[in-house]
Design a protein around this ligand. Structure first.
Ligand SMILES: C[S@@+](CC[C@H](N)C(=O)[O-])C[C@H]1O[C@@H](n2cnc3c(N)ncnc32)[C@H](O)[C@@H]1O
Ligand code: SF4
Length: 453
């Protein structure tokens, strides 16, 4: 290769985010994640406009102080870097055709993206609640009943589609790469595909939370074309009757499973999300078997929280005692306690590498942490992210700031979700009783010194 006679352009299937001076890139053709430092990002940007190695050298010598570095060393470094970018398939020689899009597999790079987000303090993984409206009435739903039904109370007026698209642009500018779209039920919203297609054009890798029930063959084909990273379908049991009792909708299991099958047949990754409660806690094995049978991954959710208006009637659905202990035995990896964090460690990534936009435009530190940093109708997302005093306070919380657990002294595993603490105890720093009780049950079943790796 002689990089000085070739012309290069960036590959076409890249999602690029410029965060500070750095570039974070997902290559959707190779399903890989890349981080380029300031010099790398500047050279890479040269190739957005049909660049040659000589252009990159000129740009570098004008932008960076390289007076100590001999010219031939700069040239050979640029040449080596071009070879690296070519190998990573981030640029191509213009003589070659662009690489086509390939299936996205989030687990391959999601954790690395999250780590980069922590490092750069950028909301790389963000969530948007498109609407609180829903066609179902699940017994445990954290969204208050009135917010799921029409008309939505005026003080909670939802963002319209144009506002949502603007917020999506602002999220991209803030460095968001992975966008979880949730509801309510997203597929009963008018114009949802316009929103999803807009996000896709802005380079977002999408994750969708849905019952799957409103999907049909045409919508499944549109989702497959968007190369969605993950569709999470809530399924509460491998038994239709148990699931339908949770959703209070006969026939809902059939329709959700049928949507999952259609998506999988179209090459879309499906994850069944099974929130554990009394009625389904014995079904973990059956759920795993169903997932294996139809090639869906299965994840479990725990605990059942209060509703977001503070109503605690959902607590009656929670599992406890011998049932919970059995679930812990069945899912030891899921329940095992994370190793205790030192007291000076940040408590969690809320407002550090993530944020969540509520249906009415509040920017939350995470979807479970109902402490608005600001509202996108009043300020830009960038302004909120960079200047909100609440964001600064949330980022400063350390595990050592936690108050004693009301359920007794327990190790520092308890209370690490300040959003849950706030929802359950009214104070982000008071460990939620439910996590303390769960930890005691984990200790009984797995032993008090057991920690997840
Ligand atoms: C609110 S729903 C929105 C997406 C879609 N309507 C669905 O049900 O999949 C997102 C997830 O939150 C879970 N969820 C709802 N209420 C909950 C609660 N009180 N505690 C824990 N998880 C809850 C649901 O089971 C679902 O998996
Ligand atoms: S389908 Fe989702 S949003 Fe609708 S009631 Fe059930 S959990 Fe709530």
């Amino acid at each position: 290769m002689n990089a000085f006679v070739d012309t290069f352009v960036q590959e076409q299937e890249l999602s690029v985010r410029l965060i500070g001076d750095e570039a974070v890139i997902v290559n959707r053709a190779t399903n890989s994640l890349h981080r380029l430092n300031d010099v790398g990002a500047a050279v890479f940007e040269t190739f957005a406009q049909r660049g040659m190695a000589a252009d990159a050298v000129r740009m570098l010598t004008s932008r960076f102080d390289l007076s100590d570095v001999p010219q031939d060393e700069v040239e050979s470094d640029v040449e080596a870097f071009i070879a690296d970018l070519l190998e990573r398939r981030l640029i191509r020689n213009t003589e070659f055709a662009p690489l086509p899009r390939a299936p996205i597999h989030l687990p391959d790079w999601r954790e690395e993206l999250e780590r980069i987000g922590v490092d750069l303090i950028a909301p790389v993984w963000s969530k948007i609640e498109i609407s609180t409206r829903c066609h179902l009435d699940c017994v445990h739903c954290y969204i208050p009943y009135d917010d799921r039904r029409r008309p939505i109370p005026s003080e909670k007026r939802h963002l319209d589609n144009d506002e949502i698209c603007r917020v999506i642009d602002e999220l991209a500018a803030a460095g968001a790469m992975l966008l979880t779209v949730t509801g309510g039920e997203i597929f009963i919203r008018q114009g949802i595909f316009d929103v999803l297609e807009h996000a896709n054009r802005r380079g977002f890798i999408l994750e969708l939370f849905t019952t799957g029930m409103p999907l049909n063959a045409e919508k499944v084909a549109r989702l497959a074309a968007l190369n969605v990273g993950n569709v999470q379908i809530s399924l509460y049991s491998h038994e239709a009757g148990t699931h339908d009792a949770v959703t209070q909708s006969p026939g809902s299991w059939e329709r959700s499973v049928s949507a999952a099958r259609q998506l999988i047949a179209s090459g879309v990754n499906v994850e069944f999300a099974c929130t554990l409660m009394q009625s389904n806690v014995a079904d973990t094995k059956g759920m795993k078997e169903l997932g294996e049978k139809i090639r869906a991954t299965v994840s479990f959710g725990y605990p059942i929280t209060s509703r977001t208006d503070g109503n605690r009637d959902t607590h009656a659905l929670r599992t406890s005692g011998p049932e919970l202990e059995r679930a812990i035995r069945d899912l030891p990896e899921f329940f095992a306690k994370p190793a205790p964090k030192p007291a000076d460690q940040p408590i969690c990534p809320a407002a550090v590498n993530m944020c969540a936009i509520s249906a009415s435009g509040d920017v939350l530190p995470c979807s479970q942490f109902h402490l608005p940093l600001g509202n996108v109708r009043e300020q830009s997302l960038k302004e909120i992210w960079e200047s909100s005093p609440v964001a600064r306070r949330v980022r400063a919380i350390r595990t050592g700031d936690l108050k004693p657990s009301v359920a007794g002294a327990l190790d520092s595993y308890v209370g690490l979700c300040p959003g849950l603490n706030l929802l359950e105890e009214g104070d982000a720093l008071i460990p939620a009783r439910v996590t303390a009780e769960t930890t005691l049950a984990v200790d009984r079943v797995l032993g008090s010194s057991t920690h997840a790796r």
